[in-house]
Each structure stands twice: as C-alpha cells, then as structure tokens.
Design a protein around this ligand. Structure first.
Ligand code: SAM
Length: 260
C-alpha cells in the first residue's frame, strides 16, 4: 500500500469503521457549512465505496441515495443506483426514487480516473463538476443545497460562477481531511434558485414604487427586483447583480433617453 494513504484520516476511518477516509471531508464540510440536516433526502453522486453515504445517513437519518459506476456494497438505510451520472437514464432513476418534490441535498465527490496529465485531468474534473451541477439542477428542490468536488486550475472560476448563477450563496472550501498536496476543493452552493431572474439578466422597466430602503421595486414575473439609484417614474434598463431566494438586486445600466 502506498505510504501516503496511511495518514491520520486513513487510520481514523479504520478505527471509526467508515468505508473511506473521505468520510471526514463531508463531516468537516457539514460542520462548517451546515448542508445536511436531520431528515433530509440526500443524493450522493459518485458515492462508492460509501464513506459519504455513511456520514449522510448518520447526520440525516432520512432517505439517502448513492450513485456510482462501481457497485456500492450493501449499506443499511441507503438506496443505491449503478449508473453513470452523465447519462439521462441515471437521472431518471434518481428522480424515480426521490420523487417530484426533489432532493434536499445533492453531494458529489466523483473524480475522473487520473491520467497524470495535469491539464487533461483538470478538464475531465471540470466536465464532471459541470455534469453534477446539471444533475443537481434536475434533482434538487427549490432552496436545496449542493456540494461538488472540483480540481483547481484555470477553469475553476468559470465553474464556480456557474454554480453561483444557480444558488443564493456560493463558496469554495477545502476541508482539513483533503490531503495537503491535493488540488481538490469543494464548491458549496446553498439555496438552489428557481426564480425567473438570474445574475447578469437585463430588463427594461419603469419604476412605479420606491421601497422603505429608498431603492426602486419592480416585479419581474412576480419576482421582486430592487433597483439602486432611481426615482419614481424613471424608465431604465437594469442589470441583475445578485439573486436571493425571494428577491434580487439590480443596478441601472441605461436611463430612458438611451433605451432604444
Ligand atoms: C473519490 S471516489 C468517492 C468516494 C466517496 N465519496 C466515499 O466517501 O467513499 C469517486 C467516485 O466517483 C465515481 N465516478 C467517477 N465518474 C463517475 C460517473 N461518470 N458516474 C458515476 N460515478 C462516477 C468513481 O467510480 C468513484 O467511485
């Protein structure tokens, strides 16, 4: 066995009876970011051998679903799917289990087979991260939470922003249990957004209401968007800056005279 596998968390997992040292990464992520709560439905993408499943089951006690290309050996209280998370039929199988309400949490520790070619491995990891995000968008309930592994590199910020576009709060976090020499980190997306507006969207609006904060208030498909630095009656083009579960913030990018 390689010497570097026998670190503190390797032995701790053996002592505590977890299937993998990765279990402690999820414990640490959850301690810091409060992702899984009691009773939550949790879907784990790329779950074998099952350390994260054991942790999710321990914290939640609710419905836990694990998906992997490899067979996951039986774990009491956990449902498993053998499948590729990049395939639509795997998503259908997951949806059949979690139902229409969706999952409270989607976690993904999936990793590609490493080739040793750093940029190829980074690109494959980014592909898998994007794919997990695509799955999460189909599986999560509105307001649900997402954790996904990603290898750092030049495409990291791009994928971080893609997560940011779909969640009210986004962070990256490296738990202590990740090996110090590893390029892996985790992107945490909290409160899955299903609102009709997204960061960067632009709209032409008239300001017919000013809120108590002094910002303009407009409704876009019944969703409240606050507009900075406007007065009643202004006709403006706005750009959405930040989206929260129940409202968004925007700024004016053009005043009436310059709107076509
Ligand atoms: C680091 S392991 C996960 C360890 C797990 N979190 C634990 O605690 O035991 C990564 C897993 O991702 C799986 N994986 C990689 N690509 C996948 C894909 N396209 N679909 C499903 N699983 C995948 C691998 O088979 C592997 O079991």
């Amino acid at each position: 066995m390689a010497r570097d596998r026998r670190d503190k968390y390797y032995w701790k997992a053996k002592d505590d009876g977890f299937r993998s040292r990765a279990a402690y990464k999820l414990f640490q992520i959850n301690e810091k970011h409060n992702i899984i709560k009691k009773g939550d439905t949790v879907v784990d993408l790329g779950a074998a051998p099952g350390g994260w499943l054991e942790v999710a089951r321990h914290i939640s006690g609710g419905r836990i679903v694990g998906v992997d290309l490899k067979r996951i050996s039986f774990l009491e209280g956990v449902e498993t799917i053998a499948g590729d998370i990049t395939a639509d039929r795997t998503i259908e199988k997951i949806l059949n289990l979690v139902g229409r309400g969706g999952s409270d949490v989607v976690i993904c520790d999936a990793a590609p087979n490493l080739s040793g070619n750093w940029s190829l491995d980074h690109a494959r990891s980014i592909d898998l991260t994007r794919c997990a995000l695509g799955c999460a968008k189909k599986i999560l309930r509105p307001g649900g939470h997402f954790v996904v592994k990603v290898f750092q590199g030049d495409m990291f910020t791009e994928v971080l922003n893609e997560v940011r576009d779909n969640f009210a709060f986004t962070r990256s976090y490296s738990p202590h249990a990740s090996r110090s020499q590893s390029a892996e980190t985790y992107i945490i997306g909290k409160k899955f957004l299903t609102s009709p507006v997204r960061r960067g969207d632009e709209f032409d609006v008239q300001i017919n209401e000013i809120g108590s904060s002094g910002d303009g208030v407009v409704l876009i498909d019944d969703f409240v968007v606050f507009v900075k630095d406007v007065e009643l009656g202004d006709n403006v083009r706005i750009k959405v800056q930040d989206v929260k579960p129940n409202f968004a913030f925007s700024e004016v990018i053009r005043k009436e005279s310059s709107i076509d």
